[in-house]
Design a protein around this ligand. Sequence first.
Ligand code: OGA
Ligand code: NI
Length: 370
Amino acid sequence: MAEGFDVLVGDQSNDRMDMLKAFDETKAGVKGLTDLGLPKIPKIFVRPSEELAEELPHKNTHKIQVPVIDLSGVFQDADRRRQIVEEVRIASETSGFFQVVNHGVPLSVLDGMIEGVREFNEQDVEEKKKYYSRDRTRNVRFNSSYDLFTSRTASWRDSLTISFSGPDETDPQDLPSPCRISAVEYSKHMEILGNTLLGLLSEGLGLKTDHLKNMECSQGHRLHCHYYPACPEPELAIGTTKHSDAGFLTILLQNQITSGLQVLCQGQWIDIHPVLGGLVVNIGDLLQLVSNGKFRSNEHRAITSRIGPRISVACFFSGPVNGAKIYGPIEELISKENPAMYTEVVLSEYVQKFFATALEKYRALDDYKV
Ligand code: OGA
Ligand code: NI
């Protein structure tokens, strides 16, 4: 058995930190564990019993869905655009989630991105290990759970993060070869679509189309490419724990294999089923803040399944990475009747706070409530 794995299987150590370290040091991620063909998941991935006992009702149904918004005609037809803005506004004010189709990103680019992530994760483990790192200054890094050492439960996923926001613009040669071409191509499309969506969201707030773009909300973005291997005990594990996204906006691509993404709506988990050619869009905490609470950043998670791998690529728009910007509720949205609900945020401080704690434990946004 590969070095390090022996601490995680069979007669497991009682020291959680020892096990986490052993797992991290394999640099092989959850995929490395599943390649051993384990019938049970190691303890570090088992959610605490009190958390499992509190599991909320989950309607596994196709009846309740976040809206699927067709973007065709968004630049050609003013009436159509008004209708789309209205649909985007309503979704952003309620669940904070919607899917888009006919968004202009070719299916071949979506498929290429998924396949690139698959190939990266399924290649020889020695190749992957070269990218294994927890150093956030690196534009390209691969690891299993960025909050592995602070979270209650280790997540059943491996992630490759690619930052297209500098400080030095990412050199394609730094990207792993299996997804080099596809990630660069995908990133270009994300920038365009991100700005299209920010335009619609600005209009939905009653502002000029360029308002959010001019605030540099879409300056740079990060791709978090998640690989969720099939899990032998999905009811005990979690893929991505409950959280809200900290940035402005997230665009998420998921493969067609199985549902995994769920959003918390009125006390129940709603599946966001993959739609062919569709992309999931959700509002992040910073957009909730600048919209003065009008748009909602909702909690969501990814569950695991016996079917896999599930692959998703989250593109985060979180403002300029140098962190020099200060964000507060947009002036036009503040009035006597609608006083500011949040104080100003220094982006660099906010990001620091976010990474200092585990995803499930803390929402930096709460520190800025008036
Ligand atoms: C995220 C996220 C969900 C998924 O990366 O923030 O919510 O389906 N991912 O991978
Ligand atoms: Ni998320």
